[in-house]
Design a protein around this ligand. Structure first.
Ligand code: FMN
Length: 337
């Protein structure tokens, strides 16, 4: 598998526990790039490719996560030289608490649990010697998570793909979280170019948590139809909606709508979720379209960076382009210097 060159000397000199390469090395990686734990997209194969390239590969257990699904993905990261992580969804763990036990027993370097308010899981994870991470949307979220023992904060801007609170775009959120954080902060939301990665590192992020820019990679578990839809989409083709969560009757908290590709379904039902909740036949039609993988109707999570995803590439190539490009930007300094 391909590996990414690290370029240590080009990073801003910021020694300490939040310095990018120091953190990467502490968790056993070479570069501070983490693939977001994307349910249905980041399986063991993508995680293994990211880890082999020098990053931290995460297996994502999304709304369909289960002990059985996790056990199916884990063999792919075993034997890869480097650390892996596991990302869980709070309400899925609440429905199947054994999922957290199995995740801890798998001995990943990092476990994230997102989209919940009870952070009691964090001490169980850290007591097992594993780094606990969660996505945060404000300085207040960051303080709470840190106080509960979360060791890595993921500042997730509203540009990002998938579920998340609608609070702030990444640049002001990152500043707000960095202001209160005493632990490493990864930046998430819309990062997909060397310059956007350089910007968050320059702002003080320890690394990046990358979703959309890796979702169409060769190693992702996305369907072919989903991959084609991502490649065809422009930046303005995403929408924030609760329509799919209501339409599929999944217990996503209302505080976390999802950013998805705009479809006939989102055009019809976004803002009319109460009507959808009462319309049994519309929900049955959605279930049938999802089962058939109909890309005009089925949900595909994607962030505003989707317009930059134009080819199916190995994850290592995407990471290499981002990392070597970002470190070159950082070495160059401002364009007018
Ligand atoms: C296809 C896809 C699926 C996602 N699924 C999950 C998930 O299961 N659990 C989770 O914590 N975050 C999930 N996310 C959100 C990511 O953790 C992250 O917030 C987001 O991808 C960052 O923004 P970006 O997509 O612009 O890189 C998903 C994102 C995408 C694009």
């Amino acid at each position: 598998m391909e590996r990414v060159t690290d370029h240590d000397e080009r990073l801003p000199a910021s020694p300490g526990p939040r310095a990018p390469l120091a953190w990467a090395h502490r968790i056993g990686a070479r570069i501070p790039l983490v693939n977001a734990p994307m349910g249905g997209v980041a399986g063991g194969r993508l995680a293994a490719a990211v880890t082999a390239a020098g990053g931290l590969g995460m297996i994502g257990m999304g709304s369909a996560g289960s002990v059985a699904a996790l056990e199916r993905e884990l063999p792919q990261v075993r034997g890869v030289d480097g650390p892996f992580g596991i990302g869980l969804v709070d309400w899925v763990v609440a429905a199947e608490p054994e999922l957290l036990e199995v995740a801890i027993a798998a001995r990943p370097a990092l476990i994230s649990v997102s989209f919940g308010t009870d952070l009691g899981w964090a001490t169980r994870v850290t007591d097992a010697g594993i780094v606990a991470a969660t996505q945060v949307y404000s300085a207040q979220d960051a303080r709470r998570a840190q106080d509960a023992g979360v060791g890595v904060l993921v500042a997730r801007g509203v540009e990002g793909g998938g579920h998340g609170a609608v609070n702030s775009t990444l640049p002001p959120l990152l500043d707000a979280v960095l202001n209160v954080a005493s632990v490493p902060v990864l930046a998430a939301g819309g990062i997909g170019t060397p310059s956007s990665l350089a910007a968050v590192l320059r702002a003080g992020a320890t690394g990046a948590w990358l979703g959309t820019c890796l979702a169409a990679c060769e190693e992702s578990s996305l369907s072919e139809a989903g991959r084609r839809a991502l490649l065809a989409a422009r930046a303005e083709d995403t929408v924030l909606t609760r329509a799919y969560d209501v339409g599929t009757e999944l217990p996503w908290p209302a505080r976390f709508p999802a950013r998805v590709l705009r479809t006939e379904f989102t055009d019809r039902w976004t803002g009319r979720e109460d009507e959808l909740a009462a319309d049994q036949s519309a929900r049955a039609a959605l279930a049938a379209a999802i089962a058939a993988g109909d890309p005009a109707v089925a949900p595909i999570d994607a962030g505003e960076g989707v317009g930059l995803v134009t080819a199916v590439e190995p994850a290592a190539r995407v990471l290499d382009r981002l990392w070597s490009g970002a470190t070159a930007h950082l070495a160059d300094g401002p364009a007018d210097r």
